[in-house]
Design a binder for this molecule. Structure first.
Ligand code: 4NP
Length: 154
């Protein structure tokens, strides 16, 4: 899960995805990161923490880190929040296979619509509720996608 600061959107995406893997008994590794070093090592924004807690997810232990090329080796799916994040990740991609792992997270719920998860950083608290709502939809769709793929392999 990738955004710019790794303190607002992608920590929520990581937390909600982690919880849904657990609930659905799906083995998998989830992480989040960003491209802006300003908040490196910081916990998520307090508004993200509050929004997650309100929805039964604790993200307080997360710490912001930067995206690195090795993430393409460690992860099968790389979800970005907006078009700028897509460009940032694409710039680091080494091969077409790397790039094929990357998609806007909202495309999981609305394929091909290329909708962003807008950055709530400069807005009010309600922006974080909206972020949660979008990520809830997207991660539901990701869970269904993974379930479908794993069923095919059985
Ligand atoms: P995020 O929001 O990308 O959702 O974590 C931001 C948080 C901080 C900054 C930018 C975006 N910043 O530039 O400090």
């Amino acid at each position: 899960m990738v955004c710019l600061g790794n303190i607002c959107r992608s920590p929520l995406a990581e937390g909600i995805m982690r919880k849904k893997l657990e609930i659905n008994h799906i083995d998998g590794m989830v992480d989040s990161c960003g491209f802006e070093s300003f908040h490196r090592g910081d916990p998520p924004d307090s508004r993200s923490i509050d929004t997650a807690l309100k929805n039964g997810v604790d993200i307080r232990q997360q710490r912001a880190r930067l995206f690195r090329a090795e993430d393409f080796d460690k992860f099968d799916l790389i979800y970005v929040m907006d078009h700028n994040n897509y460009r940032d990740v694409a710039d680091v991609a080494r091969t077409p296979e790397d790039l094929a792992k990357v998609d806007l997270i909202m495309n999981a719920a609305f394929p091909g619509a290329n909708l962003p998860v807008p950055d709530p950083y400069y807005g009010g608290k309600q922006g974080f509720d909206k972020t949660w709502e979008l990520l809830d939809k997207a991660t539901d769709a990701i869970v269904e996608k993974i379930k479908g793929e794993r069923k095919d392999k059985r």
